[in-house]
Design a protein around this ligand. Structure first.
Ligand SMILES: *Cc1c(COP(=O)(O)O)cnc(C)c1O
Length: 494
């Protein structure tokens, strides 16, 4: 299986090279050159999460030895890293189920990909016959950063630099990043928003100043622009489906809907790939907060990022440029790199583009979009807790609101809501929805939430209170490239 650039027909790489490089050299993203195989869930029904992962990863990365994939999977999805033996438990509620994607080391769904990416990346790198250092540049809206820092900490021949919006992440997210362990990590705040961080990372790949500073250093990315992050996310769509069959909630072969809280479009794109290779999915529901650029796009075919940027309770979805949408345009247009390249140029130059109407129609056959205000988000958290005793985080609440709006249109099929973060990660906001008593900080909020819900605080969050902060650099967004070039020079020397 090979991966082609979304922007030009002549850049094609095997999986391992696509993983090592992260971005195709022309600014495009690597996407499957073709999707001509199927994985029938009925063939996987007796398998564990790890075995499902092995099957799916081996199909997408068939240039890796099967043994290597097995080692990567078992090193990532293990008891030492996940606090639930199922890895991704599926919990029923009154209108479907929650797929709990937050049992990993940093309590958010990014862990499902970022616990395995370091293993995939380093073995791909060795197979490519490379030596030297892989420098991983990562932009974060809060959760990716910590998951990358945790996944790559002290992994040999790698170095990670994370850029986060100084005023755009939650206090807990910031504390998680600043207290990261490892000698090969760096954390930098940007006076800007997530899109600025993402722009810096993308620009670094194209920058001559950065390139010339790299000797024996290869740039890569841990963002969902890396195909090595996307493919592991297909696994939990299958595992959710199989769990539901096992629990007797659905019949094998029955189509179900997935509701996905969406920012950079990585998570929901993995669901799309699952559907394309044979998972019975009726609809992928794209849930947004008040940064509702995708809701508008799915309705009108016009993507327009020229709009106010809102800081919300669900910061990991505060994004106006959803990078992975580019992969959908490519795959759904029949791999029309010319079209994608021209749309992306328009986006770059004018901040907006409109897709041809047949492409919109075909996207609308699979995707629906809904968005949710801050007030409605709070209501979802409060109602679910009061009516069913279940606690969810604000990102998951945005998805629940989208499910309710979808139901109002009359759809009745079974629905799985992807629950992307532990409620403890956003404890202050969650607590405020269900309890009015005053609290002094996030840690007190976590304890109070724990008392009210009977759930224990995840280990990685509980320990934050006493861990020392190691990083405090904050820079202006126009300093990004120079800072990266400086860092690459240092890595090159030593
Ligand atoms: C990253 C993130 C999202 C959005 O996922 P995308 O792949 O960027 O669409 C949603 N919820 C949480 C908690 C996240 O960390």
């Amino acid at each position: 299986m090979r991966y082609a650039s979304t922007r030009s027909a002549d850049i094609i790489s095997p999986g391992r090279e696509a993983i090592v490089r992260g971005l195709a050299g022309d600014g495009g993203l690597f996407a499957p050159e073709e999707l001509n195989f199927r994985i029938d869930p009925a063939d996987l029904s007796a398998l564990s999460y790890q075995e499902i992962a092995e099957t799916i990863l081996s199909a997408f990365f068939d240039d890796f030895p099967k043994e290597t994939i097995r080692t990567c999977v078992n090193s990532a999805y293990c008891d030492a890293k996940f606090d639930d033996p199922a890895i991704v438990p599926v919990k029923p509620f009154s209108d479907g189920c929650f797929t709990e994607l937050w049992h990993g080391p940093t309590s958010a769904f990014k862990d499902l990909a970022l616990t395995i990416l370091p293993y995939l990346l380093t073995s791909a790198y060795e197979q490519c016959g490379q030596n030297g250092i892989v420098a991983i540049l990562t932009a974060t809206s809060g959760d990716t950063g910590k998951a990358a820092l945790s996944g790559f900490a002290d992994v040999k021949n790698t170095h990670v630099t994370v850029f986060y919006p100084e005023n755009g992440v939650s206090p807990i997210q910031k504390k998680q990043m600043k207290t990261s362990r490892g000698d090969n990590v760096n954390v930098i705040g940007i006076n800007g928003n997530f899109d600025d961080c993402q722009r810096i990372v993308k620009a670094a790949f194209a920058s001559e100043e950065v390139k010339s500073a790299c000797s024996g250093v290869i740039l890569s990315s841990a963002n969902s622009i890396n195909i090595g992050r996307l493919v592991p996310q297909i696994v939990y769509y299958y595992s959710t489906y199989l769990s539901l069959v096992k629990q007797g909630k659905i019949q094998m072969g029955e189509e179900i809907a997935f509701v996905v809280p969406t920012g950079n479009f990585g998570d929901v794109l993995a669901g799309y790939l699952a559907k394309r290779i044979g998972l019975p999915v009726s609809r992928l529901i794209v849930a947004s907060n008040s940064n509702n650029v995708l809701t508008d796009f799915l309705e009108t075919g016009t993507y327009n990022r020229n709009r106010p940027f809102h800081e919300t309770m669900s910061p990991s979805m505060d994004i106006l440029i959803s990078s992975n949408l580019e992969r959908l345009l490519y795959l759904e247009s029949g791999h029309d790199a010319k079209l994608v390249s021209s749309l992306m140029k328009q986006l770059d130059e004018t901040g907006s583009y409109t897709v041809p109407s047949p492409l919109l129609a075909s996207i609308q056959n699979t995707f629906s979009g809904f968005w949710c205000s801050e007030e409605d988000c709070r209501k979802e958290i409060r109602n679910l807790y009061q009516q069913e005793g279940i606690l969810i985080d604000p990102h998951t609440a945005v998805a629940l609101s989208a499910l309710h709006q979808y139901r109002e249109e009359g759809h009745r099929e079974y629905a799985a809501v992807l629950s992307t973060a532990s409620p403890f990660k956003f404890s202050r906001d969650v607590l405020a929805c269900i309890d009015a008593s005053p609290i002094k900080d996030d840690f007190e909020a976590m304890e109070r939430l724990s008392e009210l819900s009977g759930l224990s605080i995840p280990k990685g969050l509980a320990e934050l209170k006493t861990l020392p902060e190691r990083f405090d650099t904050v820079i202006e967004k126009d300093q990004g490239i120079a800072v990266i070039a400086g860092e690459m020079k240092e890595l090159s020397n030593g």
